[in-house]
Ligand binder design. Structure first.
Ligand code: FES
Length: 79
């Protein structure tokens, strides 16, 4: 699912940056790991939820994707 419509970043892309000791702990860190920069910031809450889930702080084990964006164009920094 597209989480960041500005950069066309998916939840899978975000999860790929997480898991190691050097994994990012903030949305900005995730963007840096992916070689991107945030634009509007609408996705920050969702990225934070995914980070929390990966760190074992997700409670139910299911991140909330409220505010996740539908793919609506833009250029992808991952291509
Ligand atoms: S939706 Fe992620 S920076 Fe705009």
């Amino acid at each position: 699912m597209i989480v960041c419509s500005c950069n066309l970043i998916t939840d899978t892309n975000i999860r790929s940056t997480l898991g190691g000791e050097a994994s990012p702990r903030t949305p900005i860190g995730v963007y840096k790991s992916l070689g991107c920069r945030p634009n509007c910031g609408r996705c920050f809450a969702t990225v934070s939820s995914i980070i929390s889930e990966a760190m074992g702080n997700g409670g139910s084990g299911s991140a909330s994707y409220d505010g996740a964006c539908d793919a609506s164009g833009g250029s992808c920094c991952l291509s």
